[in-house]
Design a protein around this ligand. Structure first.
Ligand code: SF4
Length: 91
């Protein structure tokens, strides 16, 4: 089974009222490398015309983006509130 197929069988309870990851896009705009765009295993960060686009729905809660981000204060990251977030179907 491919990675995309495995990701597709996960279930997500998206918290529409409280994002668990918030970006400060003005700080992101000053980042030259934007490692989040290629490090996120779910492909949730994309860049267009130098601006980061991000959607926390589909987040695997791996923490990679906050680890690779070189700009202090650009990413505010916390686990989703209880009852929300990813439900891995096969561990
Ligand atoms: Fe992507 Fe992992 Fe960051 Fe979620 S925690 S946005 S899956 S890198």
């Amino acid at each position: 089974m491919s990675i995309e197929q495995l990701l597709g069988i996960n279930k997500f309870a998206v918290d529409d009222d409280e994002a668990h990851i918030i970006l400060k896009k003005d700080i992101c705009a000053a980042c030259m490398d934007k490692p989040c765009t290629f490090a996120c295993p779910a492909g949730l960060y994309t860049e267009k015309d130098g601006e980061i686009s991000f959607d926390y729905a589909g987040c695997l809660e791996c923490g990679t983006c906050r680890t690779v981000c070189p700009k202090e204060g650009a990413i505010s990251w916390q686990y989703p509130r209880g009852g929300f977030g990813i439900n891995f179907r096969y561990g």
